[in-house]
Design a protein. Structure first.
Lengths: 561, 313
């Protein structure tokens, strides 16, 4: 027996699909081409895939993500619902928001372009020469940064490095989970490797390339070089390689360097003979995005010691100078990108991106992505850092992240306490609030980053005072209030002048590799010269982690002047 | 060449915490040497031994304990006998019967028991809760109120209930509180920071950094205590300088070695002897690792540990 299931998108348009009894609604939506943000890939743990049942019925697995009122209102979690008859659903804008307005470092803003020019000038001021041996006049190349969440790309003229077009899109693999571990698990299911490869390649990168070629009016055949920079998992999944060993002890990826790939083999819409370069991986959790990003930081060219922090679902760190480089990765979890946070969201329209709280009245004032008048819908990473830092500064939460003050904005129930940033009257929907579990998740995420920094420095018998420069990259990087991040012990205490934001360092590094054989060789050299520390088997890491799960830190002297 | 003694000197020392009143008051901590290193510098306040009694009476299944307390009918009788035990420095009353998942004795009933103990003995009193955070918070509040002026120690305040316990026992009734954490130096320090932020002065707080019976993961206990003492002394970390009080009896008397009968394991010998050995071994190990006081149950263990301490000081 087949049933009719309809998805009505808030953004407009209906998707009808026929379904069998018992079919999972999230999988059905995927099949119907309706994109639903499901960071936990349908495990029922994140509570983000909310849909509203307009008519019909579904079988629902009970879960704790929906309140009774929400349930009465028709809200369901797609991943916890199964077809039980004809039904139609309303898909709220937020469910597909990840696809559209994600703020990314994708060269689309003047600031990003300026950063690009600055960083490229930096790279080629080191003595590296531009120029690609095999390139002819008027050849083009495409650089792609494959992020777990977002893919960005640039079409570049090889002769002069001119950016002809740029593009960015949500990684189509998102429907298979928000983090690399979930993706790897999905890829190891029967047919999974091909599914994941197609999601990122045919569904994401190919359309991006076609759009860029069209807008720049360049024939695909003239693109004779392509550089891919992604984390180890993304590079594996992009070429359809088995990624399972990344997830399992002893965490050794199938490849670190990949040579001799041609566009035809990878089904890219460019010259079939075009060479596809992959920025080299260093270990299971430090990949090509970091080696390419390290090129951008120039830390390999300086005698001064620099720390490079790429903040994302995984936090990756590189520390060193021209003589040596150490790198490691820590699992910060999705908190910085709004995941694992009840009102968390990515930095799209409606996200609270900065916040200040009055110490006396505990009333907040905040800025929302989308400008004045935009109704707040949730908190993105930078808003989260701001809010927690302000709650802590005002003595509203203890160093353990528990609420110790009471007032109009503090709500307490059997599950703990929460701070209400915006009441439902203001949002027209749910309250935007931050609860103790959210804060706890965030503290773990910041603890992971900071303890990784400490562990790496400790292994060299160094302290944070030894660091001369700190480079921040990653989507969250641009919006962070560094001072606030330091005040809660997420970033090491150092003069603000030591910090700089370097944008999408991975894409910039890939662009440099595209237009310069020497830069490409340098990235391979960087990859081979890096010492990879596996934190999960590092004896001191767990201890550092527990110490860092406190605001600002168990050893408060690390954050005192 | 003659051996030249080279004492380790430290910038820090542990804080002193006084429990009880009058002649029998007990001072814990204050040393500026590694545990039991009395040859480096005098240890003014030798480690102390507490005798554990329970709201549910004494353990009649352990012959030595049954014989010692024979004839004691009320909690007051039991407390008097415990106080008379050679080597006893303080009395620790365990309120395990108050556990809501067990007998669920009322707060009032427990208050009465503690008052009776307080009237019966002049030794300092330590109140061990029922291990339920919410119930403990209620118990400690009422007991601290009822025993005002006795300068008792309530154990323990945990991360879950430190706010209530600090506010009532620590601030309102000026009793001493124990900060309990689970065998992790960072968690121990974090709780001390939280309690100090509640306004409880450091000389009103002792730590229970967690324990285990010897052989049951005790290496974690040893390394935690060792690191706590190293931080307190060598790094002068004032958030880890509180004296450590370790309840040993509960762990020691609940492991297999102390429970299984001789009939089942003839090659292991008499049950009671094993239990005593476990209690003594664990307590000695705790003292060597850094505990400033241990809480024991069996008269033989109390005597042995008191002798052990006496001979090392």
């Amino acid at each position: 027996m087949q049933y009719r299931v309809t998805f009505k998108l808030e953004s407009g348009g209906d998707h009808k699909v026929s379904a069998a009894f018992g079919e999972n609604i999230l999988e059905l939506a995927n099949r119907a081409g309706v994109d639903i943000d499901a960071p936990c890939s349908g495990n029922g743990t994140c509570g983000k895939c909310r849909l509203r049942l307009i008519s019909g019925a579904v079988d629902v697995t009970p879960n704790t993500h929906l309140s009774d009122e929400d349930y009465e209102d028709g809200w369901r979690l797609a991943c916890q619902s199964a077809v039980a008859g004809d039904a139609s659903f309303f898909v709220p804008g937020s469910a597909e928001a990840y696809k559209s307005g994600i703020r990314t470092a994708d060269l689309s803003s003047p600031q990003e372009t300026e950063l690009y020019e600055r960083e490229m000038a930096g790279i080629f001021s080191t003595g590296l020469k531009k120029g690609v041996a095999a390139a002819r006049e008027d050849d083009y190349g495409i650089a792609v940064d494959i992020g777990t969440t977002t893919v960005t790309a640039a079409l570049i003229r090889l002769s002069d490095g001119q950016v002809a077009a740029k593009a960015s899109a949500g990684n189509g693999q998102i429907r298979y989970g928000a983090d690399v571990i979930n993706r790897i698990i999905q890829s190891s299911k029967p047919g999974g490797r091909d599914k994941l490869r197609r999601a990122v390649c045919e569904d994401t990168i190919v359309p991006m390339m076609e759009t860029m070629l069209k807008s720049a009016d360049v024939e695909g055949n003239r693109v004779r070089r392509c550089v891919i920079a992604g984390n180890t998992t993304m590079e594996h999944l992009f070429v359809g390689e088995d990624a399972e060993s990344i997830r399992l002890e002893p965490y050794v990826p199938a490849f670190l360097e990949l040579h001799g790939k041609k566009a035809a083999e990878l089904r890219l819409p460019i010259n079939p003979e075009a060479e596809v370069l992959f920025a080299p991986n260093v270990g299971s959790y430090v990949g090509g995005d970091i080696t390419a990003g390290t090129l951008t930081t120039l830390l390999w060219n300086s005698n001064e010691l620099s720390l490079f922090i790429d903040l994302g679902t995984n936090g990756e760190l590189v520390y060193g100078n021209a003589d040596y480089m150490l790198c490691c990765a820590c699992s910060a979890g999705p908190a910085f990108e709004g995941g694992d946070i009840s009102c968390g969201m990515r930095a799209t329209v409606g996200a609270i991106e900065s916040c200040a709280i009055d110490e006396e009245t505990m009333e907040p004032s905040y800025e929302v992505v989308g400008g004045e008048g935009t109704v707040p819908a949730g908190l993105c990473g930078s808003g989260l850092i701001d809010t927690i830092s302000e709650l802590f500064r005002c003595g509203i939460i203890s160093p353990k992240g528990k609420f110790v003050r009471d007032g109009r904005r503090i709500r307490r129930d059997e599950y703990g306490a929460a701070y209400v940033l915006a009441f439902s009257e203001e949002t027209g929907g749910r309250d935007v609030e931050l609860n103790e579990i959210d804060i706890d998740n965030f503290i773990r995420a910041k603890g992971a980053i900071f303890s990784a920094i400490r562990t790496m420095l400790n292994s060299l018998d160094m302290t944070v005072d030894a660091i001369d420069h700190i480079y921040l990259a990653g989507g969250i990087g641009s919006g962070i209030d560094i001072e606030k991040a330091i005040s809660i012990g997420m970033l090491p205490r150092a003069e603000l002048s030591k910090y700089s934001y370097i944008g999408n360092s991975s894409l910039f590094g890939a662009c440099a590799m595209l237009i310069s054989d020497e830069a490409a060789d340098k990235v391979f050299e960087i990859g081979r010269n890096m010492t990879y520390i596996e934190l999960s088997s590092h004896p001191g890491y767990m201890d550092e982690f527990v110490a860092a799960c406190f605001l600002p830190h168990t050893d408060a002297s690390l954050f005192e002047d | 060449m003659a051996f030249k003694r080279n004492p380790q000197k430290f910038p820090g020392a542990t804080k002193t915490v006084v429990i009880g009143t009058g002649d029998r008051a007990v001072t814990l901590g204050g040393e500026n040497v590694m545990p039991l290193y009395s040859f480096d510098a005098p240890i003014e306040n030798r480690p102390k031994v507490g005798v554990e009694i329970s709201d549910s009476g004494y353990d009649k299944n352990v012959p030595g304990i049954a014989a010692y307390y024979a004839g004691a009918e009320t909690i007051a009788d039991i407390a008097k006998k415990a106080a008379a035990m050679p080597g006893a420095d303080f009395i620790a009353i365990s309120l395990e019967g108050a556990d809501p998942n067990g007998e669920n004795k009322s707060v009032d009933e427990c208050v009465e028991l503690c008052k009776a103990v307080g009237e019966a003995v002049d030794l300092p009193i330590v109140v061990l809760g029922c291990k339920n955070h919410d119930k403990d918070a209620k118990l400690f509040e009422k007991i601290s109120d009822a025993l005002q002026g006795k300068n008792i120690l309530v154990m323990s305040a945990s991360e879950e209930n430190y706010k209530t316990v600090s506010a009532s026992a620590g601030l309102a009734y000026s009793q001493k509180i124990g900060a309990e954490s689970a065998v992790d130096i960072n968690l121990a320090k974090q709780l001390n920071v939280l309690i100090s932020q509640m306004g409880v002065a450091a000389d009103n707080v002792v730590m229970n950094v967690g324990s285990a019976a010897a052989g049951y993961g005790f290496e974690y206990v040893a390394s935690t205590m060792d690191r706590v003492k190293a931080a307190a002394l060598a790094q002068n970390d004032n958030m880890l300088q509180n004296p450590i009080v370790t309840p040993v009896s509960d762990d020691a008397w609940s492991v297999k070695e102390s429970i299984v009968s001789e009939a089942d394991f003839p090659e292991w010998g008499p049950t009671e002897k094993r239990g005593v050995a476990m209690e003594i071994t664990t307590a000695a190990a705790c003292l060597a690792s850094g505990s400033n006081a241990v809480i024991l149950r069996h008269p033989e263990s109390v005597a042995a540990i008191a002798k052990f301490i006496g001979e090392l000081m």
